[in-house]
Design a protein around this ligand. Structure first.
Ligand code: ADP
Length: 356
């Protein structure tokens, strides 16, 4: 197990593309870190720099007390699990899991113990004589993890390991990875574009956009206190609702006579913005079906436990998420309000959060 320290890690590809601009984080021993962001934001590049699969253009990478910035991948004591499991088709599950140990000529008894232990952890004990083609996608992914576990690495890296699986299997493998982390207690860094995986797996989430870290925080912090409008938009499904308005004394005034009454704390937070435009934002579940704002319903989606209502409030497209099978007709007009403690404000130009 190990701590990691990424200090100002930067990647410039040939041709001058800056894929990662100065990435900083101190990762605790045994921590589960998830890097999340849209395609092309630099998450895989960051992971590959940690793995040693990509040169580090600038900055320092420490694993434990060791400077690994320019160390070869094989000397970093790291195991990486990929999206395509890259199993050897002609080898059994046992042989696939034993492969790296056999290659480095470990003691056969030792190898056997490690493979059996990994198989036990992953529930593969009854599959050891099968070939990969006889396994389901989920089992293959487990074998890929087993290959890493036998090496007892200091750090596990996962690059979108679940993206090839169907939705149900993805959910169950996600839980298995979390349980695996509980069992092994090894430091893990996991890359995904899926905000649900980030929220459910991480001890801390790193949200990235365009090669830059936007926020590092616990799932709770990132969800409830997004550092900027991008994080608010990217984390959470459906996304936050945004309302462009102007601060006018003790009110926010928006389009089509939208007025939001500020309480004392909100007024204090926005005092320096008086007369200026800002973004007000709130999550779909923080809009209530009682209040003074007229809302035109375009569409209701029933998802079993809750319903999503799509429509407009004072001309702003707004999504509402409410518990239960709501009997609301499309085309109807309802009245809605805000859960005040859940409203956020962002700077209109740079998106930074305003207030605490
Ligand atoms: P993500 O994993 O978040 O989808 P990547 O780290 O793969 O993003 O890519 C980040 C940026 O770096 C993108 O703009 C991508 O086009 C660019 N990039 C990735 N690999 C290379 C490469 N080998 N050469 C040049 N540019 C690359």
């Amino acid at each position: 197990m190990a701590t990691l320290q990424l200090k100002n890690l930067k990647k410039v590809y040939d041709g001058g593309v800056v894929a990662v601009h100065g990435f900083n984080i101190d990762i605790k021993d045994g921590e589960f870190i998830v890097l999340v962001g849209p395609s092309g934001c630099g998450k895989s590049t960051t992971l590959r720099m940690v793995a040693g699969l990509e040169d580090i253009s600038d900055g320092t990478l420490m694993i434990g007390d060791k400077d690994c910035t320019h160390l070869a991948a094989k000397d970093r004591d790291i195991a990486m699990v990929f999206q395509n499991y890259a199993l050897y088709a002609n080898m059994t599950v046992y042989e696939n899991m034993a492969f790296s140990l056999t290659l480095r000529k470990d003691n056969p008894e030792d190898i056997h113990k490690k493979v059996m232990n990994a198989a036990e952890i992953l529930g593969l004990t009854n599959q050891l004589n099968k070939k990969p083609r006889e396994l389901s996608g989920g089992q293959r992914q487990r074998v890929a993890m087993g290959r890493s576990i036998v090496r007892n690495p200091k750090v596990f890296l996962f690059d979108e390991p679940l993206s090839n699986l169907d939705a149900k299997l993805r959910n169950s493998m996600r839980r298995e990875i979390k349980l695996l982390h509980h069992r092994l207690g090894t430091t893990m860094i996991y890359v995904t574009h899926d905000q649900t995986e980030a929220l459910t797996l991480a001890d801390r989430i790193v949200v990235m956009s365009m090669g830059r870290v936007q926020q590092i925080g616990t799932p709770y912090e990132v969800y409830h206190k997004p550092a900027n409008a991008f994080v608010g938009y990217f984390i959470g499904n459906p996304s936050m609702n945004f309302f462009e308005c102007r601060v006018e004394g003790d009110k926010l005034v928006g389009k089509n006579n939208f007025v939001y009454q500020l309480d004392a704390d909100e007024q204090a937070a926005l005092a320096s913005r008086n007369g200026n435009p800002i973004l007000m934002a709130t999550r779909p579940e923080c809009i209530t079906l009682d209040g003074e704002h007229e809302y035109q319903v375009d569409l209701v989606e029933h998802l079993g436990q809750y319903s999503l209502i799509h429509g407009t409030m004072h001309g702003y497209h707004t999504i509402i998420k409410v518990l239960g099978w709501q009997k609301i007709e499309h085309g109807s007009t309802i009245h809605v309000g805000f859960r005040k403690e859940k409203v956020c404000f962002f700077d209109i130009d740079n998106g930074a959060r305003i207030g605490g």
